[in-house]
Ligand binder design. Structure first.
Ligand code: ZN
Length: 133
């Protein structure tokens, strides 16, 4: 069902500080964009076949703000690329995996995304992602 790791989502309080750190590792900043549906500003760093996705909340109501409040900064989700997102959601549901999103929704980087519930995956928030680039 999944093809490869699309990206690793990392929650940060200060996007600029995060960008500065990943630049120090020698990664190149690809894009910064705001995702209003998730109330986050994100920065992407390509790294091989995958990307580092830094997520900084733009509102206290953002799921990422709540994540940081509860667990602190750090790895927030793991995103797998899929070819057919609606089919992958159906297959996940058929296999007894609890979904957060029953329908795909628009995510960052022109992708459609959907989250699986961490209670089905030993605590890891998993995103399925149909990449459009
Ligand atoms: Zn993501």
């Amino acid at each position: 069902m999944v093809k490869h790791i699309s990206h690793i989502g990392i929650a940060v309080k200060d996007l600029d500080a995060g960008i500065e750190f990943y630049k120090k590792l020698g990664l190149e900043l690809e894009a910064v964009e705001e995702v209003p549906s998730q109330m986050v500003k994100v920065a992407f760093f390509p790294c091989g076949d995958t990307r580092i996705e830094l997520l900084a909340p733009t509102s206290e109501e953002s799921p990422v703000a709540k994540f940081i409040e509860k667990k602190g900064e750090g790895i927030q989700h793991l995103a797998f690329a899929v070819d057919d997102l609606p089919a992958a959601l159906q297959e996940s549901s058929d296999k007894g995996i609890t979904l957060i999103d029953k329908q795909p929704r628009p995510g960052a980087h022109h992708a459609d995304i959907a989250f699986l519930h961490p209670k089905s995956s030993m605590g890891v928030l998993i995103e399925l992602c149909k990449e459009k680039h």
